[in-house]
Design a protein around this ligand. Structure first.
Ligand code: FPP
Ligand code: MG
Length: 334
């Protein structure tokens, strides 16, 4: 079983230095703003994006150098990782406001602690600081990608809203949503990592494609886990169904139903927002018809595509960690 710790191992010293780097860059004027920033920076989650940027930088670096502290990445790579990670952070702060979510990573969300008005401004502040730090660094080759990345996240969010509760949501619609809301930023993490060490255009593009394939698989697994029983509660969370999100395990079974079955299941889906018995009934249909297993086939296809992009690289501990990251996506249960 691959763990996130084994994936982080080759860049462990860098991750500690990166934390310092981020804290040094993100301190605010004003007591409340600073308090909210401390809360957000002390619960940054698994840090998949910075790990991806650093490992991508390492495998694309023309010569490996490890300093006395065990760090292998430059400040430029830290900057690349920070730009992406802080866009991600601000998007989650906004997402919790939009979803009225009271928790994030097992802790109270910013909106739960300080109300939505402050959370929205904090998200904006982090976004603005990220862009201004990027511009001040004058590393325009890295910074020039940020505006498009933010716009893509917003497109994904609006597309998701547009399709919420829409029972005609197709596989293509779903894939287009998750490409924008998740895969695009993982693609940017990996490509900026390569760019930060001066990799050529082909290598940067290859890493973007790798990151995007990984991101597609990552989000599909997230959506599968929403239908899976958790060790904590013994029940699936089914948050997506309650929020009207039609995700791949459901799409897979709807594609295989005849017209009458489809209408019956769709009627249940329509009632999921405020009827637990409908949620349980849809879950039972997805279980009985193998929705999770079918979605996992699509997920693995993306992972295989992703791993293919890594096949040109020489063996190294960082390459192994990236391959482990692919395995981790399938094996993770939270
Ligand atoms: C989490 O998805 C949310 C996202 C991946 C993107 C959210 C994007 C925006 C709110 C657009 C605004 C962007 C910026 C940069 C301010 P989820 O709700 O499926 O996952 P969750 O279960 O972790 O909440
Ligand atoms: Mg959410």
């Amino acid at each position: 079983m691959v763990t996130i710790d084994s994936i982080r191992k080759p860049v462990l010293a860098d991750l500690a230095a990166f934390d310092e780097f981020v804290r040094g860059n993100f301190n605010a004027e004003g007591e409340l703003l600073q308090e909210m920033l401390v809360h957000v920076l002390s619960s940054r989650g698994k840090g998949i994006r910075p790990v991806l940027t650093m490992l991508s930088a390492a495998i694309n670096s023309p010569h490996e150098q490890i300093d006395g502290d065990g760090c292998r990445c430059s400040k430029r790579t830290y900057l690349a990782a920070m730009l992406v990670e802080m866009i991600h952070t601000s998007s989650l702060i906004h997402d919790d406001v939009l979803d009225s979510s009271d928790t994030r990573r097992g802790r109270p969300s910013v909106n739960a602690m300080w109300q939505s008005n402050n959370a929205v401004i904090l998200g904006d502040y982090i976004l603005a600081r990220t862009l201004s730090i990027g511009m001040a660094s004058a590393q325009y080759d890295l910074v020039s990608h940020l505006g498009a990345a933010i716009a893509t996240l917003c497109e994904g969010e609006v597309l998701q809203n547009q399709h919420a509760g829409r029972l005609d949501t197709t596989r293509e619609d779903y894939l287009s949503i998750i490409h924008r809301k998740t895969a695009s930023l993982l693609g940017l993490s990996a490509s900026l990592g390569a760019m930060s060490v001066g990799a050529d255009r082909r290598a940067v593009e290859r890493m973007r494609r790798f990151g995007e394939a990984l991101g597609m698989a990552f989000q599909i697994q997230d959506d599968i886990l929403d239908y899976r029983r958790t060790a904590d509660t013994g029940k699936p969370s089914n948050n997506d169904l309650r929020e009207g999100k039609i995700t791949l395990p459901l799409i897979e079974i709807l594609e295989r139903c005849d017209e009458a079955e489809r209408s019956r299941i769709m009627e249940l889906v329509r009632r999921c927002r405020d009827d637990q018995s409908a949620v349980d009934a849809v879950q039972a249909e997805v279980d009985a018809r193998g929705g999770e297993r079918l979605a996992a086939v699509t997920m693995r296809r993306y992972l295989e595509r992703g791993m293919h992009y890594l096949s040109e690289y020489a063996e190294s501990d960082c390459l192994s960690a990236l391959l482990d990251l692919c395995a981790y996506v399938t094996e993770r249960n939270r």
